[in-house]
Design a protein around this ligand. Structure first.
Ligand SMILES: *Cc1c(COP(=O)(O)O)cnc(C)c1O
Length: 223
């Protein structure tokens, strides 16, 4: 299935009033599909797998902003550190330390989101609120982490049709996000709340998201 250009414009219209950033999730999709959206002006693309991102990145324009949104293993950080724009899925301090190390090696600062577990499922990754505040405190007090920048939070709602449940989870994450902003004023760039996918992005925007990650709605279903 090809890229749905009509849907792309509809999504952009829906995001415009709140200045929400669209990350086009291109995992498993070919270079040609990415270029189709690129030619329409899309610059933010998201990938889940390091290997796939490594293969695609050199074949595509250098002004694409690559978002890493999948579970990231420590031993793979070095591959994406030279060019990644934003890592959405940081779920431990050891991973953050590894990103910091490779950012320094590449003489750059890497923007990161902390992934929070908000679903009522056991299959999704992420921190609980206690672990989140713990990491925020450590970074807050430690000058060694000068090569990473915590830009905000990311979360994935439950895989369910129950809109009330999804709304509850988004509201919870939004609340955590605002609490962090108040309790950790040191993080002056803490201003990204990444939540919402193909099935729930409207609900996410209505509940405070300012970055959505949309794949199948744009590129068609993944096999
Ligand atoms: C695959 C994926 C998406 C996009 O999912 P769609 O339902 O296809 O929009 C968003 N976020 C993460 C973390 C993903 O893995």
């Amino acid at each position: 299935m090809a890229v749905d250009i009509n849907t792309y414009h509809l999504i952009q219209q829906a995001l415009q009033p709140t200045h929400t950033t669209l990350v086009a999730v291109s995992k498993t999709k070919p270079i040609e599909d990415i270029l189709t959206l690129y030619r329409l002006g899309q610059r933010d693309f998201g990938e889940n797998y390091v290997q796939e991102l490594m293969e695609k990145q050199p074949q595509l324009p250098t002004d694409i902003r690559w978002h890493f949104i999948g579970h990231l293993q420590k031993n793979k950080v070095k591959y994406i550190a030279p060019f990644v724009h934003l890592i959405h899925s940081v779920d431990s301090l050891t991973l953050l330390a590894e990103i910091n190390k490779h950012a320094q090696k590449n003489n750059r600062k890497i923007d990161c989101l902390l992934e929070v577990f908000i679903a009522n499922e056991t299959t999704k990754f992420g921190l609980n609120d206690e672990e989140l505040f713990e990491i925020m405190s450590v970074i807050n007090d430690n000058a060694d982490y000068q090569y990473i920048q915590i830009r905000g939070l990311m979360g994935m709602a439950s895989f369910t049709n129950d809109e009330k449940q999804i709304q509850k989870e988004f509201q919870y994450l939004h609340q955590l996000y605002e609490t962090c902003q108040i309790q950790f004023p040191y993080f002056t760039q803490f201003n990204i709340l990444s939540m919402g996918m193909s099935s729930d992005y409207r609900l996410a925007i209505a509940n405070g998201s300012n970055m959505v990650r949309i794949g199948s709605l744009l590129f068609g279903a993944r096999s």
